[in-house]
Design a protein around this ligand. Structure first.
Ligand code: IPE
Ligand code: IPE
Ligand code: MG
Length: 243
């Protein structure tokens, strides 16, 4: 008990990012339309948020819709946006109770007005919460985000910050706050690729790939991933710490 309290105090709370993949294949395997896979995926999101709170995660970033996903059939895109909207409308009361601050990042100019409104509602409602920062990527492309930040950096004449600090703030896109680097990047669904997700922020992230399809992912699966993460030796280019 004392040991775990001490542990929690000493270790910084990790930033876990998840590429939630495999919902379409989950639906196919159950003889259901792809949209049912996305619906079942929301339950996995709820489980993982609860697990993240329990496991002392500081920031949880969930890849929800990539800019590349616009290439999907319009019905699937509309269904996904409907699911995001319902979710972001329903959850904030629980999030406030649990101390979860939610923010959404990615392009906003192509989203339906009603989704945009719900995003703003969820962000405003939870802005005072401090226990867990939940970040949802919607219409997100890491390359585009890097490019935009680079353009803004080039246009700026500030010499108050180092270029790197300023760049990271521009990249975060959220009211000037810097997002901590990703510590652990999980991808479900069996593919082993980054699909244009958090390329800058994951420079030294520990990668964890699992074949579990996203709708089947549980809080225990998250705990397993974190356990493996804590057992890894992160060197950041330096030598292993002396024992
Ligand atoms: C990930 O699941 C969710 C989104 C891309 C929105 P997929 O829909 O990519 O599921 P698979 O990869 O086809 O199984
Ligand atoms: C990545 O999954 C995007 C999300 C999980 C939101 P995709 O299914 O879109 O990635 P690819 O197409 O297999 O690379
Ligand atoms: Mg996929």
């Amino acid at each position: 008990m004392i040991q775990s309290a001490l542990h929690a105090e000493i270790l910084p709370k990790p930033h876990v990012a998840i590429i939630m993949d495999g919902s379409g294949r989950w639906a196919l395997a159950h003889g259901l339309p792809r949209s049912e896979g996305h619906r079942a995926g929301v339950e996995a999101v709820r489980r993982v948020i609860a697990g993240a709170l329990e496991l002392g995660v500081g920031t949880l970033t969930l890849h929800s819709f990539s800019s590349g996903n616009w290439q999907r059939p319009p019905e699937e895109v509309a269904r996904l946006f409907g699911i995001f909207e319902d979710f972001l409308f329903e959850e904030p009361s629980l999030w406030i109770e649990r101390g979860i601050r939610a923010t959404v990042f990615g392009r906003r100019d192509r989203l339906p007005a009603s989704l945009l409104e719900t995003i703003e509602y969820a962000e405003n409602a939870t802005s005072g919460c401090q226990r867990l920062h939940l970040r949802l990527a919607i219409d997100y492309s890491a390359r585009q985000a890097i490019l935009r930040a680079a353009e803004q950096l080039a246009a700026a004449d500030s010499n108050v910050e180092t270029p790197e600090a300023r760049f990271e703030r521009l990249l975060a896109e959220a009211g000037g706050e810097t997002v901590p680097e990703v510590d652990l990047l999980i991808r479900t669904g069996g593919e082993q690729r980054l699909s244009d997700f958090m390329l800058w922020e994951s420079a030294y992230a520990e990668l964890y790939f699992t074949s579990v399809l996203w709708p089947d992912f549980t809080a225990e699966d998250l705990a397993d991933a974190l356990k493996e993460f804590h057992a890894r030796d992160r060197r950041f280019g330096a030598l292993a710490t002396a024992v």
